[in-house]
Design a protein around this ligand. Structure first.
Ligand code: SAM
Length: 290
C-alpha cells in the first residue's frame, strides 16, 4: 500500500458518503502508511492483546490494528462515520465500533466487558487535538487497567508530556503523566501527512503505564495540588507560589521552614523540582499539617 493509495481511499470514502470533515471534531485523517507502521511498531501488539482506539475516523489505523490485535474497540463520536466504519469492518467480528464520546463513556466497564479474554489492553489512537489533554488525563487519572498508550498528538503537547525538569515544556502535565507512566518520544510527524492538513506538526509518543506510580506519596490529592500550585505561578519562588495559592491560610514563615525541612531550598522556583522532590515536599507537608 502506498501513501497515494491511502490518500485516495480516504478521499473516496469521504466523497462516496458525502462527508465533509469537521474541524470542530479535530478531524485530520492520517494518510501515510509509514506513520501507521511506526505507531504499530511502538504499540507492540500481539494475538492476545486488546486495543481501544479513540477516534477511528475513516478507519485507516483501525484496519492495521485489526490485523495485529485480538480485539479492537473503536470509539467514534461523529455519527456520520459510524455506518461507514460498520460496513468497512462488517466481516471482522473482533472489531467493535462504538458510537460515543471518549470523555463520557464508562471505560472501566467497557474494558471489563470487552477485553476479559485479552492478556493486556492498550490504547492506540490519533487523538483529536481539541481534547488531547482531557482524554489522556482521563485515561491516567481513572487508573484504567491499561499497559500502554501510543498516541499521535500535537507536537508541543508531546514535548510537554516527555519533558525533563526545568524548561518551558516541563509542567504539571509532565509530572502527572510521568507519575503514572514512563513517557517516551517515538517520532515527529509533519502536518502534510494529514487530510486536511492541520496548522501544527504532530508527534507520536508511547506511555508505558507503571505498575506503581513513579514516586511514593501518602496523599495523592495533596501531591497534585502542590504540583499545580507550583506551576500555576512559575515565575515565583516555591514558597511564594504555595503561599499565594494552596496555602493562603498559612503563615509564610512556617511554609518556608517546612519546605526547608523537606530538604528543598524555598527560594527555588517550583518549575525546577523533579517529580521525586515534589513527592518529598508533599510527604513532609502532609505530615506537619496533620
Ligand atoms: N484515526 C483516524 C486517522 O488516524 O486518520 C482519525 C483521527 S482524527 C485526528 C480524530 C477522530 O476523533 C475524528 O474521527 C473525530 O470525529 C473523533 N473524535 C473527536 N472527538 C472525539 C471524542 N470526544 N470521542 C471519540 N471520538 C472523537
Amino acid at each position: 500500500m502506498t501513501e497515494g493509495w491511502i490518500t485516495g481511499r480516504t478521499r473516496q470514502l469521504l466523497a462516496e458518503n458525502g462527508i465533509r470533515l469537521k474541524k470542530s471534531l479535530g478531524q485530520h485523517f492520517l494518510t501515510d502508511q509509514h506513520v501507521l507502521d511506526r505507531m504499530l511498531h511502538a504499540a507492540e501488539l500481539g494475538p492476545e492483546v486488546g486495543v481501544i482506539e479513540i477516534g477511528p475516523g475513516i478507519g485507516a489505523l483501525t484496519e492495521r490494528l485489526a490485523k495485529e490485535a485480538k480485539k479492537v474497540v473503536a470509539i467514534e463520536m461523529d455519527s456520520r462515520l459510524i455506518p461507514v466504519l460498520k460496513e468497512l469492518f462488517a466481516d471482522d467480528a473482533h472489531v467493535d465500533i462504538i458510537h460515543g464520546d471518549a470523555l463520557e463513556l464508562d471505560l472501566v466497564q467497557l474494558i471489563h466487558e470487552k477485553f476479559h479474554d485479552c492478556s493486556s489492553v492498550n490504547v492506540v489512537a490519533n487523538l483529536p487535538y481539541y481534547v488531547t489533554s482531557p482524554i489522556l488525563m482521563r485515561l491516567l487519572e481513572d487508573k484504567l487497567p491499561l499497559s500502554r498508550i501510543v498516541v499521535m498528538i500535537q507536537k508541543e503537547v508531546a514535548e510537554r508530556l516527555t519533558a525533563k525538569p526545568v524548561g518551558k515544556a516541563y509542567g504539571s502535565l509532565t509530572v502527572t503523566t510521568q507519575y503514572y507512566t514512563e513517557a517516551e518520544w517515538v517520532s515527529r510527524v509533519p502536518a502534510n501527512v494529514f487530510v486536511p492538513r492541520p496548522q501544527v506538526d504532530s508527534a507520536v509518543i508511547r506511555l508505558n503505564v507503571r505498575q506503581q506510580p513513579a514516586v511514593s506519596v501518602q496523599n495523592e490529592r495533596l501531591f497534585f495540588r502542590v504540583v499545580r500550585a507550583a506551576f500555576g505561578q512559575r515565575r515565583k519562588t516555591l514558597a511564594n507560589a504555595l503561599a499565594a495559592g494552596l496555602f493562603a491560610g498559612k503563615r509564610k514563615e512556617d511554609l518556608v521552614r517546612w519546605i526547608g525541612e523537606a530538604g528543598i531550598d524555598p527560594k527555588r522556583r517550583g518549575e525546577t523540582l523533579s517529580i521525586e522532590e515534589f513527592a518529598q515536599l508533599t510527604n513532609h507537608l502532609d505530615e506537619v499539617m496533620r
